[in-house]
Design a protein around this ligand. Sequence first.
Ligand code: TMP
Length: 209
Amino acid sequence: MFITFEGIEGSGKSLQIGRAHEHLGRRGIPCLLTREPGGTEFGRALRRVLLSPDGGRREPWSELLLYLADRHQHLREEIEPALGRGQVVLCDRYQDATRVYQGAARGIPMDDIERVARLLGIIEPDRTVLLDLDVETGLGRARARNGSDPAAAAEGRFEAEDLSFHRKIRQGYLALARRFPGRIEVVDAAGSPDEVFARVRELLDRWLP
Ligand code: TMP
């Protein structure tokens, strides 16, 4: 089973996927926790380039190709071998992030994104947890984190975008949930981490009885 977690900045996705990993571990389910960009050594180098607020403006297609380079490497080097060993793979962001950030927000036509993904053999996850939150709350959380954590601030390329950009991201994710109703589960990300994790755990235990 290949499960991805998605959401806007500050939706609590990284915290929740960490707790999902601990929960499955306690249940004795072998599980790989990974993320994009940056799930391989090559990917970590790409992540520094992709998320740095420096480095000048980039064409949407230039950015898209780097995210896909990261994903292609990650699939071949980590995700597919883990699935082949029978592990559950939990991935913090994946192809839906490309559909909304490079597609819905940066304006690359969705058909083009799907065509390149097919060429590269990019598989769909089995299930996706979409942590949905209003944009003001999410950005407030993300900016508070960046203020206290220089490592997070060094990855603030998208967080520096304005509210209308982030609204497109949220709407883009909700549109994907309508397009893939069997795969994507929308989870309300408002409330305390424990409250949100109770919702996530309910899904995990349903998908992996
Ligand atoms: P995160 O680790 O905080 O989720 O940061 C990853 C950032 O990269 C986030 O702002 C979304 C962006 N991103 C894309 O634009 N396209 C992609 O395909 C992926 C995986 C991430």
